[in-house]
Design a protein around this ligand. Structure first.
Ligand code: FAD
Length: 304
């Protein structure tokens, strides 16, 4: 209940506007958000990516933004991402780029998102860079999959995220195996109608394992994107992590101990990092997922 309440608060534009414009509150929250966000600029994101590369982690970089609602904002976001692709390529950063299609056009219309997606894929192809499309709320799943499938016919440097908690996802997975892109398996972060999802449970973990098995049997590239230690141990027990085209991926600032352990054991381990000024909603999601983060967040806010 608390988690859903926090997610609802985070999506309330009046609260977001108040926080972002409060001279007292904003800097305190910004300080505490640093646990989850690499910084507000591309340069800060790239700097952190370099540091993690040096420690032996490839990374994913995301320029945060959601539901960009005007064509002009979408164009700006696309330009930032093109620049990001060029910068990581020229600086030889070991990074893929992740993003929401809503950030580059889907909240305006599907055609705009598809147009920008193709431009990003073309630049990324020229620069030897890989792109991963994130998955958003289920009202957008069909559009996101359509755009992914269209772009996948032209480019093989684009992958897609799939939410294991959505009931429809097993059918989607079987179709996605026909396309070349990496599939990132996540449990799912969005508030959805109960009848459309399988909630956090042992049943969901069994289903996650089943999805991973289907991909491994098809010899398809996957990212195991979870912080669930028991689930990860089950996946490791099956031997899936030994495969060259299977990698682990965890969010920056969440269970760094756990990803380090898997990296030290020799498994492909990637850290997903974000930068940008639009971090409020993202940070609220991460706090909502784990109450202990809320206590830590408050401690970070008040500590000098
Ligand atoms: P849960 O079952 O939520 O938690 C299991 C255990 O993991 C917890 O008991 C705790 O020990 C640890 N844990 C989980 N979350 C936290 C936290 N915030 N702080 C501390 N410990 C925690 N979701 C989408 O809907 N679309 C996407 O495109 C998407 N992309 C993602 C990309 C990556 C690389 C990752 C790692 C996640 C992504 N997510 C995405 C989020 C995902 O759907 C989950 O909401 C999130 O990963 C939490 O679920 P979990 O699998 O870690 O396990």
């Amino acid at each position: 209940v608390a988690a859903n309440a926090l997610k609802t608060i985070a999506r309330n534009n009046k609260i977001k506007h108040y926080v972002e414009n409060s001279k007292e509150l904003y800097p305190i929250l910004q300080k505490a958000a640093k646990r989850f966000i690499t910084g507000e600029t591309k340069e800060e994101g790239i700097q952190k990516a370099k540091e993690l590369n040096t420690k032996g982690y490839p990374v994913s970089l995301e320029y945060i933004g959601e539901n960009t609602s005007t064509e002009e904002e979408c164009l700006k976001a696309k330009i930032e991402m093109i620049q990001l692709i060029e910068d990581i390529s020229s600086q030889r950063i070991d990074s893929i780029i992740s993003f929401d299609l809503s950030h580059i056009g889907l909240s305006v219309n599907e055609d705009l998102a598809e147009k920008h997606m193709k431009e990003l894929a073309e630049t990324a192809k020229q620069r030897g860079c890989y792109l991963m499309i994130s998955m958003e709320e289920s009202s957008k799943t069909n559009s996101i999959l359509n755009i992914y499938k269209g772009v996948s016919k032209l480019y093989n440097n684009v992958g897609i995220t799939l939410q294991v908690n959505l009931k429809r996802s097993l059918d989607d997975l079987k179709e996605l195996l026909q396309y070349p892109g990496k599939i990132r398996l996540v449990k799912g972060a969005y508030k959805e109608l109960p009848e459309n999802i399988i909630p956090r449970s042992q049943e969901l973990n069994v289903r996650y394992l089943q999805f991973a098995q289907i991909c491994v049997n098809a010899n398809h590239s996957i990212s195991i994107a979870t912080h669930d230690e028991n689930l990860l141990n089950d996946i490791k027990g099956k031997g899936y992590l030994e495969k060259e085209n299977v990698e682990l991926e965890m969010l920056y600032g969440i269970r760094p101990d756990l990803i380090n352990k898997f990296k030290e054991e020799g498994y492909n381990s990637r850290v997903y990092m974000l930068y940008g000024t639009e971090w409020f909603l993202y940070v609220c999601h991460r706090l909502a997922e784990n109450p202990s983060n809320i206590y830590q967040f408050i401690a970070d806010m008040v500590n000098p």
